[in-house]
Write a protein that binds this ligand. Structure first.
Ligand code: ADP
Ligand code: MG
Length: 846
């Protein structure tokens, strides 16, 4: 929603942040379950008026405890009257909510949204207040609170100062998460005696003199603000000695000035800075920080990050009074050794070196080197350590871009480890965009990110293809109908991997590709360089295609024609939706719910996956990895199975002899075409007429083998082998049908399908209505025993696996590769179900 009303916005923001702290959450996402599933993103301008009930989902520590909650939502129109001042204030100051799990408490989050008709009564009629100049001490304290946001920001500033002073050893001691004491000692060049009186004055620095110097600044500090800020919100004392002096000096500071003359004292080389009682004069901040005891771990994490970048500096970090340091590194010349000593051998073992560079001023100029995790690395959270021109920074857009590639290429649930150091000409980096210098803005950022993203992709694709694909049985135990056990898992977890604990149906992913990354907030409008918009994911896609379809493929004009047809028929509106949508969840067996800006869509997963597979077959044409079947399957029998299933469907019972004849002819035909099928499509038929290999169309995905008979039959029946283009199209389409993410054959046990698993179904007729809710089933007498548990659990696995694959394989790949054809706009594949702009009108009437 564009430019929400400034009065509403702070209130909304506060509410969201408040929820974030008190309810869950799993990083930056949260789930709202009301009717079906809905997700709130930054686009959704909705007010949560009431929480109906909480159901704890997990028992982990209080920060990350997950709840399933039911909310009442009121959608706010953009022209909504401003909240009255007391209303906003009430929300802003509300203390964290106590949740009473036992009673399923339902606290009010916001008073109900006032009726727009009653607008007038809500706008306070106030005289304009007088404007006064703030006291210097207030200004300084406010500014200081921005630079030093929490203990870890003070540590960062102090360590950066030590690095700027050329130190090779930096030691950090922390008490009470930094609130009682932060002490950073280094062996750098020290501070001159004559500078001590102005050391902690605001805007005093040895690193910058003219504004132009900022363009080429090499040091980490430049504003001369950090030490000054610390003296406004804490008690600072400095001990320092410079080269050649016999003794050092010690002096303490308050509010920017020395408390006394520097006192001579014994000192070892370098500087030691102590901050005591941080935020002693900012009660609210101190209280919030006291309650959260994770600042020490943030500080340790920070030192780890510095340690793997500055490998020639030794770092240590420990709690005050502790004998052992929690981080301790020695100077080394190998980055990998540094990573090993900080993050452990198990991480270092699974890393690959990566490099990327560009030197075309019309595109981008940069050098990147680093380490990224390979296919064996398993972690629940991404670790991204990013240095740009020697500065430790964050770049959400780059992080997301890399995560997307991992999600699309590597095994489930594994988030990457990334260390990257990017070096650009200093004049291409604006370091002055964030009060804590946590973010920087780059010239040609998009192009740089695209470049790095494709490098990461090619690295992990290469490491991925060296793994062997596991084999599986192609025989369904009962042909065509309900199969026995089947293994839909392609790659077994690497050793040491824990199986996924969270039930997949509870995992709702939102905001996976937030285009409004943090860095963007500080960027000016994208300069429309010579590449213009094309320098986004489209570039990556074409790069990927080039790599995957090297020269020889392009020689086949028929395939090129088919690819061009896809391009020509792409629906630009749907392309935009597919690229930037947020997956919300499955609405039923076939339709998924997704959000794009303020619109909700239902999309047909079977159609989408079918099309994606078809397109990928053409893109990977002649360059497939193979799925090897454990037992080669005789074509003849497969075709017979396919024919029987067809007969059952059409209820016309051909005789077996005729079927056998057809099967023989088709087997003969396919055996003749075996060489071509093998070379172009990796469909391997051996000399005995057995099917033994199938292509990998989407990494991490194996088709449902129950559909092999249908597929082989359609190869025999539907392909026109005379016309090259038509032949390739039909084979690709047959593969698309086969690999599409159809619902498993076993009925979905989480809906009405549960009835299917009752052993004695007749007995239960008449009490059907309970069957809709699987949670109620335990209540009936012996109800538990009346289920075929083995079949039920098989079905549950199959459905859960499918939903997981849709979320983690299909959607990330679709974002990268799918070009939705125009037909999808009208054939029911995409259905817009709600637009928030319209919804609010409905709410208005209520
Ligand atoms: P900035 O780093 O932006 O210059 P600071 O307030 O962090 O501002 O530091 C002010 C000045 O104090 C620095 O420019 C530097 O000259 C000096 N200084 C601070 N810490 C150290 C240190 N550990 N060793 C030597 N000089 C230091
Ligand atoms: Mg500094």
């Amino acid at each position: 929603m564009e430019g929400p009303d400034p009065y509403i916005y702070p209130a909304m923001r506060t509410t969201e942040r408040w929820l974030y702290h008190t309810l869950i959450f799993n990083q930056d996402r949260y789930v709202v379950r009301s009717i079906g599933i809905m997700a709130l993103t930054s686009h959704t301008c909705a007010a949560l008026t009431r929480v109906e009930a909480f159901h704890p989902l997990s028992e982990s520590d209080s920060d990350s405890r997950q709840y399933r909650s039911q909310f009442s939502l009121s959608v706010l129109p953009p022209s909504y009257p401003p909240f009255p001042a007391r209303f906003s204030a009430g929300v802003v100051s509300s203390s964290p909510m106590e949740i009473d799990e036992e009673k399923g408490d339902s606290p009010d989050l916001l008073p109900s949204v006032p009726n727009p008709g009653a607008e007038a009564s809500f706008i306070p009629k106030l005289e304009p207040p007088a404007i006064r100049r703030l006291d210097a001490s207030v200004v300084n304290r406010i500014a200081a609170g921005e630079v030093i946001q929490r203990p870890v920001s003070a540590v960062k500033e102090l360590v950066e100062n030590s690095l700027d002073a050329g130190s090779t050893s930096i030691n950090v001691v922390v008490k009470d998460g930094g609130l009682k004491l932060i002490q950073v000692s280094d062996n750098g060049h020290g501070i001159r005696f004559e500078d001590l009186p102005i050391l902690c004055e605001r805007h005093t620095t040895s690193k910058l003199s003219t504004f132009e110097d900022l363009q080429t600044i090499q040091s980490m500090g430049f504003r001369g603000e950090a030490l000054a800020s610390m003296t406004y919100v804490g008690h600072v004392s400095v001990t320092t000695i410079t080269e050649g002096q016999l003794h050092g000096y010690r002096v303490s500071y308050r509010d920017g000035v020395m408390e006394h003359e520097p006192k001579p004292c014994a000192a070892v080389k370098g500087t030691q800075i102590m901050i005591e009682n941080l935020f002693y004069n900012m009660i609210a901040r101190r209280k919030t920080l006291q309650n959260s005891n994770d600042d020490y771990s943030k500080i340790v994490d920070l030192i780890c990050r510095f340690a793997i970048h500055h490998v020639n500096v030794s770092f240590s970090c420990r709690k005050h009074g502790a004998n052992r340091a929690d981080v301790h590194t020695v100077s080394t010349c190998s980055r990998l050794d540094a990573i090993r000593s900080v993050y452990g051998a198990s991480v270092a073992r699974d890393l690959m070196e990566i490099e990327a560079a560009d030197n075309d001023p019309s595109r981008s100029v940069f050098n990147m080197d680093g380490f990224i995790s390979n296919a064996n690395y398993v972690a629940k959270k991404t670790t991204m350590v990013l240095f740009i021109n020697g500065r430790l920074v964050e770049c959400t857009v780059l992080k997301r871009a890399i995560e997307v590639v991992y999600a699309a290429t590597l095994p489930k649930a594994s988030k990457p480890f990334i260390y990257m150091s990017i070096v650009l000409p200093p004049e291409h980096v604006d370091v002055n965009v964030h009060p804590t210098k946590r973010e920087v803005s780059l010239l040609n950022q998009e192009s740089i990110i695209d470049n790095i993203q494709s490098e990461v992709e090619s690295k992990i694709t290469n490491c991925n293809t060296t793994r062997t694909f596991h084999t599986q049985n192609v025989y369904p135990s009962t042909p065509g109908l309900l199969s026995g056990s089947k293994d839909t898992q392609l790659n077994p977890s690497p050793p040491g991997t824990k199986s996924q604990k969270v039930p997949v149906n509870k995992m709702v992913r939102t905001d996976s590709q937030d285009p409004f990354g943090r860095l963007h907030a500080y960027l000016p409008e994208k300069p429309s360089g010579p590449l213009g918009k094309s320098a986004d994911l489209a570039a990556v896609r074409s790069a990927v295609r080039q790599r995957r379809n090297p020269k020889e493929t392009a020689d086949l004009t028929s395939v090129q024609d088919l690819l061009n047809d896809i391009d020509r028929n792409t629906h630009s509106g749907m392309l935009e939706i597919v690229k930037h949508c947020t997956y919300i969840g499955m609405a039923d067996d076939v339709f998924a719910l997704l959000q794009h800006n303020t619109h909700l869509y239902l999309v047909n997963i079977v159609n989408l996956s079918k099309e994606l597979m078809y397109q990928q077959v053409l893109r990977r044409f002649a360059h497939f990895n193979a799925i090897q079947l454990s037992d080669p399957a005789p074509l003849l029998e497969l075709i017979m199975m396919g024919l029987k299933a067809e007969d059952l469907e059409s209820e016309c019972h051909e005789n077996d002899d005729l079927n056998e004849k057809i099967a023989e002819m088709n087997t003969e035909l396919l055996s003749q075409k075996a060489e071509m099928l093998q070379e172009y499509f990796c469909i391997h038929i051996d000399q005995q007429g057995n099917l033994s290999k199938l292509p990998v169309i989407l990494d991490q995905y194996t088709p449902d083998m129950d559909h092999v008979p249908e597929f082989v039959l359609s190869l025999g029946n539907d392909v026109d082998w005379e016309d090259e283009k038509e032949c390739f199209r039909a084979i690709s389409a047959a593969l698309g049908n086969f690999y599409a993410m159809n619902p498993p054959l076993l009925p979905n046990p989480s809906g009405d399908g549960l009835q299917f698993y009752k052993k004695n179904q007749k007995q239960f007729q008449g009490v059907e209505d309970e069957g809709n809710d699987p949670n109620n089933l335990g209540e009936g007498v012996n109800a538990e025993d009346d289920f075929d548990h083995e079949l039920l659990s098989e079905a549950e696995t199959a459905w859960a696996q499918r939903e997981w694959t849709i979320q983690h394989v299909l959607f990330p790949s679709m974002r990268l590769f799918l070009k939705p054809p125009n037909t999808m706009a009208t054939n029911g594949t995409f259905v817009q179900v709600a637009s928030l702009e319209k919804l609010y009108r409905i709410f208005e009437r209520c």
